[in-house]
Design a protein around this ligand. Sequence first.
Ligand code: SF4
Length: 154
Amino acid sequence: MLKKKVIISACLLGEYCRYDGKTKKVNEIIEAYKDYEIIPFCPEAPIFGTPRERISVIEVDGENRIFTDETKIDVTKLLEQEINLFIKSNKKVDEIVLKSKSPSCGLGTTPILNFQRELLYHGDGIAAKIFKKRYKSIKIKDDIFVEKLEKVMI
Ligand code: SF4
């Protein structure tokens, strides 16, 4: 029987792909999807390497762009290309689980800043934004669902 497919942010699976070279492994997520075919996803590491300069979402003229924090380079196009390439080879999936608060993966939890780096609001990272458009019929969640699971179990 064909397994269901789930895309999961690679750092949640234990990959050391975060900007600081660390991971954010969540065993409960790995356990929850043990019967699925897991497709790891990390758009930043293949482009910038690990560790790498931190990036942030900056609102420019009403549009969300991604800039490197120190060198102030607009890397939005690079990330869009990487994410679209990933989607092209993973068209049919059943579920998606993304890492919260990330400029790429965050789902409504990513700090959206202005050029002075002041917080404007919390929104989607660039991958979450594109995934919502491209995987319209799929429910996307983030690692915060584990906290909710734990609360239900208590
Ligand atoms: S949050 Fe997304 S982009 Fe950042 S390290 Fe994890 S998988 Fe990669």
